[in-house]
Design a protein around this ligand. Structure first.
Ligand SMILES: Nc1ncnc2c1ncn2[C@@H]1O[C@H](COP(=O)(O)OP(=O)(O)O)[C@@H](O)[C@H]1O
Ligand SMILES: [Mg+2]
Length: 595
């Protein structure tokens, strides 16, 4: 129960639901106890008819009276039971909602390293499956525990008042019932977890085939994959049948045990009636009803304990994630890692300086940057060129503070980067990553991702500047075209340009282009670069590229190789210098002439 204590704050938050639920449970129990009493009374009346010669008229009147009361009290108990569910189960849905949001919010502040360590499936599982299991604890498990506790107390007091000895006989088999149900529920849960886990294998397998269907068909591998799926599906069937096997024991077992309890009441009750300890047959009928009222609560003890065990395990997994502190902290908002109560907004000018920066990726231990130094002032453009794997993207990741450095200093407007408000920093940056990511949403919303409240005019303007407007208006639904999984697929170059529009619409102080013109032809590249000149007139711009054409207008160019700067200067300086840049320039010049 240690892990589940985390949820106590929610019980405090929803204390009114909680208290009201308890009151409803007690009230409903009390009303449902009228039935056995009334039945017992009815038996007594019939006995009176035989023994003491009560008139049949009077018996009939009394029986009808009792029947009406049974109906009324049962109805009231039913309504109260409904309200009990409405308060307690509704509370659990609220908690589920809150907990999901809490986990999601926490996911959002965690950094890249966390996402490298944990698989998407696992993240999804904890936010859906695990939270659902925890809800079972807050909802049904809690409700039935309260219910059981109250049923027991109330029913046993009632029984005890009628006959202490018969009470003892009646409840004797119940602990055995509870134990068996507990064992059975444990087994059911175990097998159901195995089955669930296996289902996720089935899903990942089929999902991969569906997404790669083009490759599968092109290579004529349908048959092989079908066979593979057959194997996986048979395995899944076996696991599901093994689950069904134990599940089907549940009902019959319960009925058998209720039956045994009933027999005990009839046997011992009968004996006691014969020797006169019990005055009326009605008492036996009353006890049979009590036993039946107790069976469900007893069953639920077993069931609830296995639910609690499961919830405990799930909450443990959730807590593990919630306890992880992001490595990248926003120091300016004192200790709150979520940066919610952000202090006053800092405006970023855009002066960037790297001083002797070295950087090693923690997980791979690859040293991506070694002693990098450069400055870009507000309004300037820096171009970074170099082979793949030389460390260009890593430089940009450090500017957006996806990682923190251990050696050297990076300053923004003369302030150390980790002392600048993280959220303000990222808000002032418009980055176009190397692998443009678009959501399966409309083109318009994908562009508006850069600026939530942008108008349609702004979206179109940004698309025009990114030279993608003419492509978009040729789609049937234009800006409303859905992209991705359920929509059309854009070409590599179109994707890059939509991604550029997204960065432009933000009107950021710092613009970072990570090799995002690689899939567009040189002519379009030229147009985009021209538009960019105007947009970034007084902004800081860094363009990463492997083309001289993207770099030649920059105020400064640096060439990096294996994480080190090997050349720097302007275009004119560098073409006249023997080295990587001049070679690249000549090579690309001759390619252009060939075209
Ligand atoms: N997220 C990452 N985790 C671990 N290593 C990385 C990561 N990104 C890049 N690297 C490594 O760092 C080096 C520099 O990569 P990168 O900055 O992406 O180069 P470029 O952008 O110039 O192609 C490479 O050796 C690459 O394998
Ligand atoms: Mg790169």
């Amino acid at each position: 129960m240690k892990e589940l204590q985390y949820l106590n704050k929610y019980f405090v938050k929803y204390k009114f639901h909680f208290l009201l639920g308890i009151i409803m449970t007690i009230a409903s129990q009390i009303f449902s106890l009228y039935t056995p009493k009334l039945i017992s009374k009815s038996f007594m009346v019939i006995e009176d008819f035989h023994k003491n010669g009560l008139s049949s008229q009077a018996v009939k009147a009394e029986l009808i009276h009792n029947i009406i009361w049974v109906l009324i009290t049962t109805l009231i108990a039913g309504v109260l039971r409904f309200l009990m569910r409405q308060t307690l189960i509704v509370m659990s849905r609220h908690v589920e909602f809150d907990l999901k949001n809490e986990v999601f919010k926490h996911y959002e502040v965690l950094d890249q390293n966390f996402y490298k360590r944990n698989r998407t499936g696992d993240l999804m599982n904890r936010i859906s499956e695990d939270v659902a299991k925890v809800r079972q604890y807050v909802g049904p498990a809690l409700m039935y525990s309260i219910n059981t506790f109250i049923s027991f107390t109330v029913v046993i007091i009632y029984m005890y008042n009628v006959s202490p000895r018969l009470t003892l006989y009646t409840i004797l088999p119940l602990p055995i019932l509870a134990f068996i149900i507990f064992k059975l529920s444990q087994e059911i849960n175990k097998r159901s977890t195995i089955f669930q886990q296996y289902l996720s294998t089935v899903f990942s397998f089929t999902q991969e085939i569906f997404s790669g269907i083009r490759v599968v068909k092109a290579y004529g591998l349908e048959k092989q994959y079908k066979n593979n799926l057959d194997d996986i599906a048979s395995e899944s069937k076996a696991k599901s049948l093994s689950l069904a096997g134990v599940q089907s024991l549940f009902g019959p077992l319960m009925i058998a045990l209720i039956g045994i309890s009933n027999l005990i009441v009839i046997y011992f009750g009968g004996m006691m009636y014969i020797n006169g300890t019990i005055k009326s047959i009605g008492t036996i009928a009353e006890f049979i009803l009590y036993v039946n009222m107790l069976t469900w609560p007893v069953t639920s003890i077993g069931w609830v304990s296995s639910l609690v065990q499961e919830a405990e395990a799930s909450q443990k997994r959730i807590n593990e994630f919630l306890k992880i502190e992001p490595n990248i902290k926003n120091k300016t908002t004192d200790s709150n890692p979520r940066g919610e109560k952000a202090n006053k907004k800092t405006t970023i000018q855009g002066d960037i300086e790297f001083r002797n920066v070295s950087f090693t990726y923690e997980d791979t231990e690859i040293t991506a940057l070694k002693g990098i130094s450069f400055t870009v002032k507000k309004g300037e453009t820096l171009a970074i060129l170099g082979k793949t794997g030389s460390g260009k993207s890593s430089i940009l990741s450090l500017i957006t503070r996806m990682y923190d450095i251990k050696e050297g200093t990076i300053t923004i407007d003369g302030k150390k980067i980790d002392e600048v408000n993280l959220y303000d920093l990222r808000k002032s940056i418009g980055i176009v990553p190397q692998d443009a990511f678009l959501f399966s949403d409309t083109i318009k919303n994908n562009i508006k991702f850069g600026k939530e409240n942008a108008t349609d005019e702004e979206v179109i303007d940004a698309a025009k500047k990114a030279v993608v407007h003419n492509n978009i208006i040729h789609f049937k639904k234009q800006y409303e075209t859905i992209l991705g999984e359920r929509g059309i697929t854009l070409s590599g170059g179109q994707k890059q340009r939509v991604s550029i529009a997204r960065a432009i619409i933000k009107k950021p102080e710092i613009v970072l282009f990570d090799d995002c013109l690689s899939a567009v032809d040189t002519e379009t590249e030229e147009q985009i670069l021209n538009n960019l000149l105007e947009i970034t007139k007084d902004k800081t711009t860094i363009i990463v590229s492997h083309r001289v054409s993207s770099a030649k207008n920059a105020d400064k160019i640096i060439i990096i190789d294996e994480g080190q700067i090997i050349q720097e200067g302007t275009h004119n300086q560098l073409v006249n210098q023997k080295g990587y840049y001049a070679e690249l320039y000549l090579k690309q010049l001759s390619e252009k002439e060939l075209n």
